[in-house]
Design a protein around this ligand. Structure first.
Ligand code: GAR
Length: 216
């Protein structure tokens, strides 16, 4: 099997990166994590990549002082040098320009800590608690120019409990992020995702059975 060469872009601790690295160990996983790229030289994700023997490169965004085109041109050089075919954003906290996103159309995915289209942006867990929703979760989607938009590939829902703190809810969601992100990347790398307008179809995948109620 020829594995797709994936770059994981991180800005922070890289726990989703860890889940992707672990999944990619399987001989039949259709993607290889060939590069970890960060806009922050001190990102924990870079250290994690080096420990795993994966190329880890920082393109520090600060010297570019808001010149996003020049910053992205530098990132693109690194991506090209490593023969990258798919980008997985994993806690990458820079907004990408329309030009960059369009160049990677259909080949770039993101994980977001909410059930999109609810709660795009930041502070998703506290906003979910404040809104009183009974379910929250995470979403993997193809990246399009609108922030936290783009056709959804997979979601996982978790209950919001009456006494939840932001930290408790975040941890419950994060455990599910670590499940759905490796699965969604595998589907993309294996060519199993078909885009139909604003939706995607995952070839050969089925939905879960039953319903969830909260509270009960
Ligand atoms: C994750 O919860 C991810 O969903 C979120 O950042 C965290 C990164 O954690 N991403 C976003 O908020 C993007 N809008 P990690 O570094 O441990 O993977």
């Amino acid at each position: 099997m020829v594995k797709k060469r994936v770059a994981v872009l991180v800005s922070g601790r890289g726990s989703n990166l860890g889940a992707l690295l672990a999944a990619a160990q399987a001989p039949d996983y259709p993607a290889e994590i060939a590069l970890v790229l960060s806009n922050r030289p001190d990102a924990g994700g870079l250290a994690k990549a080096r420990e795993a023997g994966v190329a880890a490169v920082a393109v520090d965004s600060r010297p570019f002082k808001g010149d996003r085109l020049a910053f992205e041109a530098e990132m693109q050089k690194v991506l090209d040098a490593h023969g990258i075919e798919i980008i997985a954003l994993a806690g990458f906290m820079r907004v990408l320009t329309e030009g960059f996103v369009t160049a990677w159309n259909g080949r770039m995915i993101n994980i977001h800590p909410s059930l999109l289209p609810c709660f795009p942006g930041l502070d998703t867990h506290q906003r979910a608690i404040d809104a009183g929703v009974r379910f929250h979760g995470c979403t993997v989607h193809l990246v399009t120019p609108g922030v936290d938009e783009g056709p959804i590939i997979a979601q996982a829902a978790v209950p919001v409990l009456a006494d939840d703190t932001e930290e408790a809810l975040a941890a419950r969601v994060l455990a599910q992020e670590h499940q759905i992100y490796p699965a969604a990347l595998a589907w993309l790398a294996a060519g199993r995702i078909r885009v139909e307008g604003a939706r995607t179809v995952v070839e050969g995948a089925t939905g879960p059975e039953g319903v969830l109620r909260n509270p009960c």
